[in-house]
Ligand binder design. Sequence first.
Ligand code: PRX
Length: 640
Amino acid sequence: MSGDDRQTTEVILGEERVFRPLPETVVEANVSPIEYEEAMRKGQEDFVSFWEEAAKELEWYKPWDKVLDESDAPFYKWFVGAQCNIVHNALDRHVKSFRKNKVAIIWQGEPLKDIKKLTYYELYRRVNKFANVLNSLGVKKGDRVAIYLPNIPEIAIAMLACAKIGAVHTVVYAGFSAAALRERVNDAKAKIIVTSDGLYRNGKIINLKNVVDEAMLECSSVENVIVVKRTGEEIDMSDGRYLWFHELMDAASDECETEVMDAEDMLFILYTSGTTGKPKGVVHVHGGYMVGIHRTLKWVFDLKETDIYWCAADPGWITGHSYIVYGPLIAGATTLMYEGHPLYPKANRMWKIVEDFGVTILYTAPTTIRMLMRYGSAIPKKHNLSSLRLLGTVGEPINPEAWMWYYQNIGQERCPIMDTWWQTETGAFMITPLPVSLLKPGSATRPFPGIHADVVDQKGTPVSEGKGGFLVIKKPWPSMLRTLYRDPERYKQVYWEKIPGNVYCSGDVARKDEDGYFWIQSRADDVINIAGHRIGTAEVESAIVSYKAVAEAACIGVPDPIKGEVAKVFVILKEGHEPSEELDKAIRQHVRKELGPIVIIKSIEFVDSLPKTRSGKIMRRVLKAKEMGVDPGDLTTLAD
Ligand code: PRX
């Protein structure tokens, strides 16, 4: 791909379109092309010292005795013996520097007039106050706090306050149902839930407190619920366990010591869907996590002091944890949070936000891009998007058509697109370009320096160029998950025992091309990806069979032009029930109640039987092949 020094951005090589960065992008980049290649080489030859060098850019209370301890693999430990606190790096050190009065968070609520800006000093003091609130309610180091809040500054304040005192947060996305919240709170045995009266979404007020009330019917570990007043709607606070956030904050001191943590102490648990109905509690720790997110963000999004950086995700997902809250704050950047829907009140909302605040870096998901594309390019053209210098995407493979639209209409052929492949489990970007990379639309390009990714077959043997296989990571990395909460066996079995050779199995299928570029294809397991949200087919099935008229159910993912994938379900009814439109509607409502609105069901098909193995496992791939009109492959295990 090299050897062509024309000053155009687009080069056609064979069948492929390759995009080069503009000369000014290269000149301004934190990491030059030479430094990048050198880092790639070093990261391959000696990944331990690559990450050690990255760790030295942060402040530690006590340095490590050893960078990596592999003695109890796959329970890897990083920066062994070191002491630190991620909040020291995200806040404490900045308020002693020139960043004290720099804006840390710009918050745009969904209603246009709702805007807040918090400087590092203001954020620091609020975090201290809330840390004192948690202390006063008996929260101690290691205790779990569930956070069920919309995209408002208080979610960042709550997360940081937990980390500050060494408590472990578990954020539950505010679109999840009462049942999903309850399951996570109970698994984590959370002592406190932090929530709000409600949130704004697409012009409507959604009451969150009601959802928490319903969850609380069976959450015996929870002692208090702290409620942020966001919408101001009347809510019942008569239950003595419920406390107003603002009242507690008013009474709290704004000084608080930051807890000294071991590098390997737990920072948070974030639940993600697995192939069984039970979500997996992915555990991240203070030390390695901060090193991974800081290095990747600084290099991939090329953060500068003057940037206005907007990651248009929700803090309820890993993207928000790593790249709305912790990453940008550690880097001392200005991070923008937007509470609402991308189409509210009109389809120009995102471009208006870019223009209003002079956003320089925009990071969003392919599903959002495809949705906005439908409204045409005339809408972004009406806005001044000249502040933008870098774009990013995450969550699912981006189709080249959406990539091109984003590149031409939003980036105006000036901004490189960072297609970042990573997972809740990886904590930080794993396969991603840097601004100086040559880009191929639809490819997440190459592994980040220090990351040893490969595509292998079932036996762990690398597959040849162009062939699909399992995407694995062959060496540990600092921001990796440490275990699954209270389930170390499942951690080993899900990630480390599927493919021989002590490699981390990502659960994704990918191929590598002749330039070593990775093309992520899909999930290999029974997980579907609806608008960038991972949903286990088993979770959908278990929600459906909990409906009274349903005997059995099978769920598959089918392609959708906007959401990437949506669910299609096959249902066997119990004796005495007949398929009907009402039943179709009732099942959909039931799923929504059980799992929340993120599960989008395209259609429900009532059937008399399901393809199963002799041991009784539903063969979803047979259903899928039939649905897609392709060969179902080996059917020898099929019972009937
Ligand atoms: O299948 C991959 C897809 O999203 C999965 C991870 O989902 P989650 O843990 O919820 O984290 C999403 C945000 C990091 C992956 O296993 N995925 C994520 N990013 C990409 C992607 N697929 C293709 N290209 C990407 N850039």
